[in-house]
Design a protein around this ligand. Structure first.
Ligand SMILES: Nc1nc2c(c(=O)[nH]1)N[C@H]1C(S)=C(S)[C@@H](COP(=O)(O)O)O[C@H]1N2
Ligand SMILES: [Mo]
Length: 197
């Protein structure tokens, strides 16, 4: 067994087990965007999902709200080191939106109004882990946070949660999204500190 200094064991005892390594807790939900906030009217908002075989499913604002809506509470972790706990959202599960779509393709790319992209694994979108979220803290999602609707993948660093998302394409080949091209990690698991590649 190793020898631990009192300071080290003390920090370990105090450490919040909900906080991934290298993160600190905030409660003000910071805004981080690579460009300006696009002004999106729900009258002409649209979301499409494309399978690797070309099959397409699409929703407008009205048909999105007709889908089964889930209320869920999650912790979010940003690669800039803030984490916020117990955030209450409403949205539609990607499991539901992907019903009838062939999800055997390994890779996925989310694309947004404004041009931002981010790549994930299809396995990160299924299994109750990802939503198209349109309400936070009991209110319509603010434009700065991706309103009217954003992808939310809480188990990955927040850059994977594409704001103003309007398409997700499943692919048999790998591609990098915007930040991934600049050296952010391909996968982005905060518990493994997959920050940069
Ligand atoms: N469309 C779009 N989505 C985006 C971004 C962006 O610049 N454009 N930034 C990403 C990054 S780097 C982070 S940390 C989170 C920040 O989300 P927030 O502003 O709601 O905190 O959004 C992610 N999604
Ligand atoms: Mo970020």
């Amino acid at each position: 067994m190793g020898i631990f200094s009192p300071g080290f064991t003390g920090r370990r005892r105090d450490a919040n087990p909900l906080l991934p390594p290298g993160q600190y807790e905030v409660s003000n939900f910071p805004v981080l965007s690579a460009g300006p906030t696009p002004n999106i009217n729900t009258d002409n908002w649209a979301l499409s999902l494309r399978a690797a075989n070309g099959d397409l499913k699409a929703w407008n604002w009205q048909t999105l709200l007709e889908q089964p809506i889930e209320q869920f509470t999650v912790d979010l972790h940003c690669v800039t080191r803030w984490s916020q706990f117990g955030m209450g959202w409403r949205g539609v599960s990607l499991d539901h939106l992907l019903e009838g779509i062939d999800t055997s393709a390994e890779f996925a790319m989310a694309s947004c109004y404004g041009g931002y992209t981010t790549n994930v694994r299809t396995s990160d979108l299924v299994g109750g882990k990802a939503w198209i979220a349109f309400e936070f803290d009991g209110k319509p999602l603010a434009p700065d946070h991706g309103g009217p609707a954003r992808l939310l993948i809480p188990h990955l660093y927040l850059w994977k949660s594409a704001k103003w998302v309007n398409n997700i394409t499943l692919m048999d080949h790998h591609e990098f999204g915007f930040w991934e091209t600049y050296g952010y990690h391909d996968l982005g698991d905060p518990w493994k500190e997959e920050r940069y590649s």
